[in-house]
Design a protein around this ligand. Structure first.
Ligand code: ES4
Ligand code: ZN
Length: 325
């Protein structure tokens, strides 16, 4: 079997997926129509053509604009159900999904609407054997008080929220800005993750570990610039949720052949492969595996290790992990 078929059949977990980033242009148009929301695009092709980014902020501007079509509980259900169907087609058996409540509450869409639709789709997938965790992200370009207010809003839903994360514009918004709200989330029993070292320096990765005490690092590419940090991540068995097509589309790497994933594996890091915002970056998880495996000429055993890492680094309990490992 060729490499793509091997990857396609390999059971895997996806640990870095922004549900709002799975909004395909077709659904963007359908929801714009259903909700009578104006969008500045003529056609699905025009939307796709607009997805050319020079950096993270270029992307985020379009990503927040795209969210405006998401209005009702059914919209969030449809969005999440479509992602889950697509993930299942990629042999994804477990998903850990990010959502950005502030991107919705800011526009007057209630927290209950957002979480209700997402959770209903996750429930339906569970009935088909796909397990999941839900991670609420704080937008780091906003202040910590806004994150605190978001955590307050989440309190009635902690039965369906497993963790908190930190996303959006990284540079200028170091992890320490959110020290208190992460400490409170920890005290509530939530798992902790943060985007770090995507565009930001290795110091932000150190800070996510030291100040926030995260359980996982999202991206972590720039950790490789700091040998002591690499040793620390390796010794601690810290999982990195790496997103190859995202990195390429956002010019975090110039060329997939120069992607740090090979160096991460060689350094003994628990790296995983994920799609981040698949509707914007040109591929779901298997496409990410194939692109990076082709570019780096990854061996079968390395591809298998990446899939195993995805379960090992997940927030599944030990019994569930053992079923997959
Ligand atoms: C994101 Cl790729 C990426 N980085 C930071 N924040 C994000 N939110 C959605 N996608
Ligand atoms: Zn991300």
């Amino acid at each position: 079997v060729d490499r793509a078929d091997f990857i396609a059949g390999l059971p895997k977990a996806e640990l870095h997926l922004h549900i709002e980033g799975s909004l395909e242009p077709e659904m963007l148009f359908a929801l714009a129509k259903r909700n009578a929301v104006a969008i500045p695009f003529e056609s699905v092709e025009a939307v796709r053509a607009a997805y050319e980014f020079s950096n993270l902020q270029d992307f985020l501007d379009i990503y927040y604009q795209g969210m405006s079509v998401l209005q009702t509980e059914q919209d969030f259900f449809d969005l999440t159900a479509a992602y889950l169907a697509r993930a299942e087609a990629d042999a994804v058996r477990h998903v850990e999904i990010f959502f950005d409540p502030q991107g919705h509450t800011e526009r007057g869409v209630a927290f209950a609407v957002v979480i209700g639709g997402i959770a209903r789709a996750l429930d339906a997938a569970r009935a088909r054997g796909v397990t999941s965790r839900l991670i609420m992200c704080f937008l780091r370009h906003l202040d910590e008080a806004a994150a605190e207010a978001t955590l307050d809003e989440a309190l009635p839903y902690l039965a369906v929220i497993d963790g908190v994360g930190l996303d959006s514009s990284e540079v200028g918004h170091p992890p320490a800005k959110f020290a208190r709200v992460f400490a409170r989330a920890r005290a509530l029993g939530l798992k902790l993750v943060a985007h770090a070292g995507e565009e930001g320096p290795p110091a932000y990765v150190h800070e996510a570990l030291d100040v926030l005490g995260v359980d996982r690092i999202d991206h972590g590419n720039r950790a490789l610039e700091d040998a002591a940090l690499v040793a620390r991540l390796a010794t601690g068995g810290m999982c990195l949720t790496v997103c190859p097509l995202s990195n390429h589309k956002l010019c975090v790497v110039d060329d997939l052949a120069a992607h740090p994933l090979r160096r991460m594996l060689d350094a003994g890091l628990v790296a995983t492969v994920n799609s981040d915002d698949p509707a914007y970056f040109g591929g779901y998880v298997n496409a990410n595996f194939v692109a990076v495996a082709d570019a780096l000429d990854l061996r079968r055993d390395e591809i298998v290790a990446l899939a195993r890492n995805s379960f090992a680094g997940s927030f599944l309990g030990e019994t569930d992990k053992a079923r997959h490992l």
